[in-house]
Write a protein that binds this ligand. Sequence first.
Ligand code: A2P
Length: 218
Amino acid sequence: GPLEETAIPLFFGWFLCPSFQEKLKSMAKDFLKTLAGLEAFKKHLSDFTGEAEKEVDLEKFFQDKGMLHCTTKFCDYGKAEGSKEYAEQQSVKDRYGNMSELTLSALFLTPRTLGARVSLSEEQLQLWPTGAEKEAVPDANLPIGSRAHVTLGCAEGVEPVQTGLDLLELVQLQQQGQEGEQVEDLELGSLTYYGKGMWVLSLKEPTVAPACFSSYYG
Ligand code: A2P
């Protein structure tokens, strides 16, 4: 009967420790504040507003999406392709509930999303679902794990799934050799503009985020 079956969650992922969540949120807040004050950003403000002269409060522009985490497999309670296989994978069972250190290598924003890029270790990649990148961008050969991120906020009406898609668009541009426009060296790292409102802050010192591998049922 249904009570003997294992329930498949909405998604699996690494959940950032509460104290670190606060730290990352304030880091992102500081970044947005700095960005908003830069002439280079003001020059491209219409990417966000659609109008040249309009002001934008970035902190209000990106709405908080709750508990900070890095999704590995979105299962949709078993409706998503491959979710049962993922839930039954030995590495997933073995690591469930274990702590891990995620390396955050960049902060990025687009007119849709604000996120942190996660560079997964070999060990962490064992929990990365096959096809996560191909499923999003079928025509490209993007490195496995390059979609890994933490959603920090979304513009009004934008779903969090968009953050990973925005990141893959940036990764694709980088892969195609687009260097972007190196704008400024900030305290946290170097800031690059990739056009169409896409900004990347590569962290000088990658930030280590303690996180727990688990799942979310909702
Ligand atoms: P993300 O990992 O970028 O934050 P929702 O609240 O929309 O149901 O999503 C729950 C979580 O699963 C979010 O963290 C979200 O994005 C992620 N997610 C939603 N849909 C997908 C999808 N199709 N592929 C991968 N991740 C998804």
